[in-house]
Every structure is written in C-alpha cells, then in structure tokens.
Write a protein that binds this ligand. Structure first.
Ligand code: NOJ
Length: 434
C-alpha cells in the first residue's frame, strides 16, 4: 500500500471484553455479567470478570499500542460503570477511570476514540425491558450527555452504537448473546429503539463544535447458494437485515421493507415523527467486516424463510469462530458504502481474524496484508477511506465464544495476565515504521 501520511492506523477494544473489575469501584452489573453466569451459554464456560484486566493495566496496553506505532486507541465506555443503575446516580470512580484512560492516551501521543455503547447494558435497565422499552431513548440520551459533559473537551472522535444489528440480533432475536432474549417482536422493537437512541445521541454530541461523530456497522457479504430466483430473493432479505437496516433509516431512506417485509411490524412501535428523528448526518461510518454468508431460501424457517448453508457443508474451511474468512468483504463494502448519498468518509473501524491457540500467527499477517491491498484497491477507485483500526490489541473475551478465538496481535497469559507481542505485532510495527 502506498503510504499516505494522512491514512491512520489504530486499534479497537471494548469495555466488556477487556476491563474486568466487574464490580470494582462502584460499577453496576451489566447484562453480560449476568449472562455469563449461565455457563452453558459460553463455549468455554468462562466469563469476563477479569478479562484482560484492562481496568488495572490500561497504561501497559496504551504503551504497547504506541510502541507498535498505532495512532488511534478506540475503546468503549461501560454504561454501568458510569451509571450503576443505568440512570440516576453517576459513579465518580467510573468517570475518573475513563479520564485516566483518555489522559494517558493524550499524554502518550495516541488519539483516544470513544465508543459509547459496545453491548454492555446495565442490568437494571434490562430489568425494565432494555432495548425493547422505548424509554431507553431517554436513558441513553442522558448517558451520552454525561459522557459529553465529561469527555468531549478531550475526545474528538466518537462512535455511538457498535454493530447494532449484532447486538440486537444476537441478544434479542437469537438469544445467543446477552440478555438472551428471543423473538421477532423483541428484535423489531429493539432495532427501532436503538436506532432512535443513536439518532438522539448524535444530536447531543453535535452540540459541541469540532466533534466527529459516527457509527460502527457490521457488514457481511451475502451470496446465493443456487442460481435461482428464490435464493436471490433470500439474499436480498438477509442483506437488508444485515447490511442495510442500520444505515438506511438514518439516511432518510426508511426501513428496507420491500426486501424484508417482516419489518412492516415496526409499525407497531412507530410514531409519526420517528422517520424524521431517525435522520442522522453522521460525520463518518465505520465498516466492520469479517466473513460472508451463503444462503438459500427455506419456506419452513419462520419470518426470514432463509437458511445459511454453512461453510462446512460447502467444503470451505472456517476459522475458530466457525466463519469463512473473507477479507474481500473489505473492498466490497468500502465501495458499496461509498455509493450511498451523501457519501461519507469511511473507516475500517474494526478488522481482524480469529485464530485458535495453536495456529501460526503468520495467518494473521497474511490476512492483514490482504486487507491492506483490498483497501488500497478501494482507494484507487476513489473511495474516501481514512484508516484501519485493528480488532484487536490483546486476546480477549469473545462473547459467547469465550476465550477460544484469539483476535489479538498480542497474546494474554490468563494466569499471569502478562502480554506478549505476537509475530503479527512485530510485523505491523515494522510495516508502520517503513
Ligand atoms: C465485532 C464486535 O464489535 C467485537 O466485539 C467482536 O469481538 C468482533 N467483531 C469479533 O467477533
């Protein structure tokens, strides 16, 4: 890749996957703290009570990121650390912790980016319905106002909701993520409320001049199993769900109901003014893509009438996540999103590959080299790509997969909590120095 000095490299982490200290200094319980206690829900029966202990080791991790040559440190704020009950009383120790993280970034010369919500809802709010309760728009707006008032003078780049479709899809439709709810109505109301909340959060942050505020989108290329009309329509349904649902309503395009008629049920939760409220002129969009899915039409599956043809069934190798590795999605989505109106600057706000503990880290280097080339292809076609944030720095708690997938460029000894640079970290450091 031609080194352009304006092109930036950074790393993304999230609170629930790294911080640990799950009850320390006044933090409230999150839905993930609760969910991980149902041991059968997590593949290795682990939890994130300690995780990578970022809470106590943030300086070490920021030092590592700086040493590798990264310029951006994107982390998320734990809502229940700031507001243990979700609303009401603010926890001063929580405010202080993120001040320390931000200040250490600034003094180390790495730019802090804040994600306001990376899936760790306060349990107290879930007890009132969580994202299915429309009141959450106010709860979230108040929370974002507190973040703005405490940090916006120091943090210039903000991401509101991280991968809303995975958060609501996994947590409220499939039940595989916290809070483990299922059902189409939970999903549809959750989607509508989180999008409205994000739109209101945007307005709160944009009251401060000079902030750049975006969203981070999960993107998965969807392909048909057979070359039939039925399968192509199935692709359109899943594509609308996974790749359009979290951007088009913000662009004033409404929900993609034509391709995904089940979304008509949103009417039940819809107020007249919502279409207008949803419109959000983000300063940038974050693209996060890891895999692709091949699907076929299946009349017997409720609501979506689609099933995924798993990679194993197609004779395709998978990563420890069970995903087909698909770096090509990078170029595909960068080009695709650049065609929306208005065109926005794009970031790869996460990007990486999961390996198991015994796989050669060279695979990660090869993966990143491909991503670099594919990003370069998109840039040469005129797409405005600003930079790449790696997922992730240190191997961490990968949600329902526990600690089995290793996404980090730095390994973690879970007994001693020592970190060690992997081959890929050393390679990246060299690449960034050249
Ligand atoms: C997306 C999510 O934002 C992050 O939390 C997760 O660990 C990675 N992708 C890998 O699955």
């Amino acid at each position: 890749m031609n080194k352009n000095k304006d092109f930036k490299w950074g790393v993304t982490i999230s609170a629930a996957q790294t911080e640990g200290a799950y009850k320390k200094d006044g933090k409230g319980i999150s839905i993930w703290d609760t969910f991980t206690q149902k041991k059968h829900k997590i593949k290795d029966r682990s939890d994130a009570r300690v995780a990578t202990d970022f809470y106590h080791r943030y300086k070490k991790d920021i030092d590592l990121a700086v040493n590798i040559g990264l310029q951006i440190f994107r982390f998320s704020i734990s809502w229940p650390r700031i507001l243990p009950d979700g609303s009401g009383k603010v926890n001063p120790k929580g405010i202080e912790f993120y001040n320390k993280v931000i200040d250490y970034c600034l003094q180390s010369g790495i730019e802090p980016w804040v994600t306001t919500y990376h899936w760790d809802l306060p349990q107290k709010l879930q007890d009132k319905g969580g994202w299915c309760n429309r009141e959450i728009i106010d709860w979230y707006t108040t929370y974002v106002t507190i973040l703005r008032d405490n940090y916006a003078h120091k943090v210039k780049k903000w991401i509101l909701i991280n991968e809303g479709v995975v958060c609501i899809g996994g947590g409220y439709f499939l039940g595989v993520h916290a809070p483990g709810k299922r059902g189409i109505d939970n999903f549809i109301s959750g989607v509508h409320h989180i999008l409205l909340a994000q739109a209101e959060g945007f307005k709160v942050l944009k009251q401060i001049k000079g902030l750049e505020v975006g969203t981070a989108l999960s993107c998965t290329k969807i392909e048909p199993y057979r070359n039939t009309n039925a399968d192509k329509k199935a692709v359109n349904r899943i594509d609308a769900l996974m790749n359009r649902l979290f951007i088009e309503p913000h662009l004033g395009m409404g929900y993609p109901v034509d391709d995904l008629p089940i979304l008509k049920r949103i009417a039940k939760y819809y107020k007249e003014e919502d279409l207008e409220t949803l419109k959000t002129n983000f300063d940038f969009w974050g693209i996060q893509t890891y895999t692709k899915q091949v699907v076929k039409s299946a009349w017997y599956i409720p609501y979506l009438r689609v099933i995924q043809v798993k990679p194993e069934k197609r004779g395709v190798e998978t990563s420890v996540m069970g995903w087909e590795t698909y770096p090509e999605g990078t170029q595909y989505f960068l080009e695709r999103f650049s065609k929306y109106n208005p065109e926005k600057p794009l970031w790869l706000s996460e990007c990486g590959i999961a390996l198991s503990h015994n796989e050669d880290d060279q695979k990660r280097i090869d993966y990143y080299k491909k991503v670099i080339d594919l990003t370069q292809n998109a840039i040469s076609k005129g797409v405005d790509v600003k930079g790449i944030l790696l997922w992730t720095l240190v191997d961490n708690f990968e949600w329902a997969e526990g600690y089995l997938p290793k996404f980090g460029i730095i390994s973690l000894d879970r007994n001693t909590l020592q970190r060690q640079m992997k081959k890929s970290a050393i390679w990246l450091k060299k690449y960034l120095e050249e």
